[in-house]
Design a protein around this ligand. Structure first.
Ligand code: NAP
Ligand code: MG
Length: 517
């Protein structure tokens, strides 16, 4: 039996050995950038003429890697191959499957800095953010490996005379795994390994913004002995190969994390029964957020401002859990805005490989332009720009951390997910009003309240309708096993990744009853 699950500790980079380790990894990984990579179906490496080039958002002329794109025919072949591999993989004992995850976790732990360094180059994560992403990936494998052993053990049933009863959890079949780029390693690893440890086979289609991280993890899986065809690595645009795989009649489930728009589209497409399809597809869709921190009058305003800034600007605000709205009770509004602005202006923006950098670039040019447009809209609709608002530098996709005050609760930037370093501050009349505003979006992912008042804490716990709620702390940084993660309403199907219910989404239960004398 494995030891009890423990979260992977974050690296203390003030220690010279850790600092040196990361510096060395950054050099090593940089020297390896720019290579050409195949897609892999059933163990066969395939190069295609159509290429996807992954670039470094801090320095867009730097190629992180070039990837062969699949076409619809290859996408179909990947599903067929996964379906064939399922026939053997489903019979591999749970313990053996779990052991592969434990081995992969151990190897990733050994190469932690290398994975983090690649995150720095491919998606612009600072040292601390990259380290947290890698730690979470390790956590998912350690956690889901143990969870599989729990589901494989005898399940408690009510006893009845004359029968021997048992409940077995068995896998579903072929899954299409579609992760986002923002936790380019952790979410990709969690989604892939949860599906595989439960006995399913998958086609993994990494985000077009972070295929290199996906590739590095896929290689690790091969190294620890995952049989060919269990995970098939297919790069390509969501709109072309994604649709083909979601629609394929042999696809049994889709595990998606990304934007609301794409989640809705996948859900619709998956609902249509195709000729030859003999099941209803299961869709696990974790989507966007518009997450708020509510600031009450009875609170430590310095600590609240600190937590708000950390929640809003960590990884440039590109977290589904990021605070993009601060809803502040009128009596402390001006003082709070002042404190948030001072802290925001003190943040460093720069190359993420520099350990002094707090904020790196946003992920791509399109994203940068969209965020700048949201800032413009925010001001046009009556917001008051109190910090940032512009590009920082001219080469990479850097933006200043931006705070817009006096935003109306129904303004565009108070309602739509921006996914960048922009915080909207909204004034509420009182606590009741603030709570009402907090629930006025179509999303329901994370949220938090800052108050010392016990009654208000309880009210917020009951009434603030989000999947992950935080009291007197930041609203990002959910830990595997500690804070099972998933949202309500348009934030998704509330899968609670990193929790005890998650693996059930990739399993079905067979109830077996045998007559005994
Ligand atoms: P995205 O644009 O929706 O893309 C997510 C993934 O879907 C990518 O791999 C993308 O591939 C793929 N895709 C696009 N169209 C598809 C289609 N028609 N069929 C199949 N796959 C398709 O999201 P993103 O920009 O990567 O990530 C940011 C979003 O993710 C934000 O909205 C954020 O809130 C959300 N998110 C949610 C959670 C959560 O737990 N709720 C966690 C992290 C992020 P291409 O890149 O090739 O288009
Ligand atoms: Mg995208």
């Amino acid at each position: 039996m494995p030891t009890k699950f423990k979260n992977e500790p974050f690296t203390d980079f003030s220690k010279p050995a850790n600092r040196k380790g990361m510096e060395k990894a950054l050099l090593k990984v940089r020297a390896e950038l720019g290579k050409d990579h195949p897609l892999v179906i059933g163990g066969e490496e395939i190069m295609t003429a159509d290429k996807l080039v992954s670039i470094n958002p801090s320095s867009p002329s730097t190629v992180v890697g070039t990837f062969s794109k699949a076409d619809p025919a290859l996408a179909n072949r990947a599903i067929e191959t996964a379906a064939a591999a399922f026939e053997t993989w489903k019979n591999v004992p749970a313990k053996k499957r779990a052991d592969i995850l434990f081995k992969a976790a151990a190897l990733m732990r050994k190469r932690k800095f290398e994975f983090s360094a690649l995150l720095t180059y491919e998606v612009g994560k600072s040292w601390a953010e990259a380290d947290a992403d890698t730690a979470e990936a390790i956590d998912f494998m350690e956690f889901y490996g143990r969870e599989m052993l729990r589901y494989a053990a005898p399940q408690p049933l009510t006893k009845t005379a004359g029968e021997q009863n048992e409940l077995r959890y068995i896998p579903l079949g072929v899954g299409v795994v579609v992760p986002p780029w923002n936790f380019a390693l952790a979410i990709l690893v969690g989604m892939t390994t949860a599906a595989v440890v439960t006995g399913n086979t998958v086609v993994l289609k990494p985000s077009s913004d972070s295929p290199a991280i996906g590739w590095k993890f896929f290689q690790l899986l091969r190294e620890v002995g995952l049989p060919a065809g269990v995970v098939n690595f297919v790069v390509g645009s969501g709109a072309t190969v994604g649709d083909v795989m979601v629609a394929h009649p042999k696809t049994r489930f889709i595990s998606f994390t990304g934007s609301k728009e794409v989640g809705i589209h996948i859900n619709e497409l998956a609902a249509k029964v195709q000729p030859g399809q003999i099941w209803l597809k299961r869709v696990v869709a974790e989507m966007g957020g518009k997450d708020s921190i509510l600031i009450d009058s009875e609170t430590d305003l310095d600590a609240a401002a600190q937590a708000t800034v950390a929640s809003a600007f960590g990884f440039q605000g590109q977290k589904c859990s990021a605070a993009s709205r601060a809803i502040v009770v009128a009596s402390v509004y001006d003082r709070f805005v002042e404190k948030v602005v001072a802290r925001t202006k003190a943040l460093t923006v720069g190359m993420p490989e520099d350990p002094a950098t707090y904020m790196g670039p946003v992920v791509n040019r399109g994203s940068m332009e969209k965020i700048l447009q949201y800032i413009e809209t925010g001001v046009k609709e009556g917001g008051r720009l109190v910090a940032g608002g512009k590009r920082a530098g001219t080469d990479g996709f850097f933006l200043e951390p931006t705070v817009i005050a006096d935003v109306a609760p129904t303004a565009t930037i108070a309602q739509e997910e921006i996914f960048g370093p922009v915080l909207a501050v909204i004034k509420a009349k009182d606590f009741d009003d603030a709570l009402r505003i907090a629930n006025n979006t179509e999303f329901g992912l994370t949220g938090g309240v800052w108050t010392k008042n016990k009654k208000r804490q309880e009210r917020a716990k009951n009434e603030f309708h989000v999947g992950n709620f935080y009291v007197n702390r930041k609203i990002t940084g959910a830990l595997v096993g500690v804070h099972p993660f998933g949202g309500f309403n348009m934030s998704g199907t509330d899968s609670k990744a990193g929790g005890r219910d998650y693996l059930l989404l990739f399993l079905q239960a067979k109830s077996i009853s045998q007559k005994v004398k």
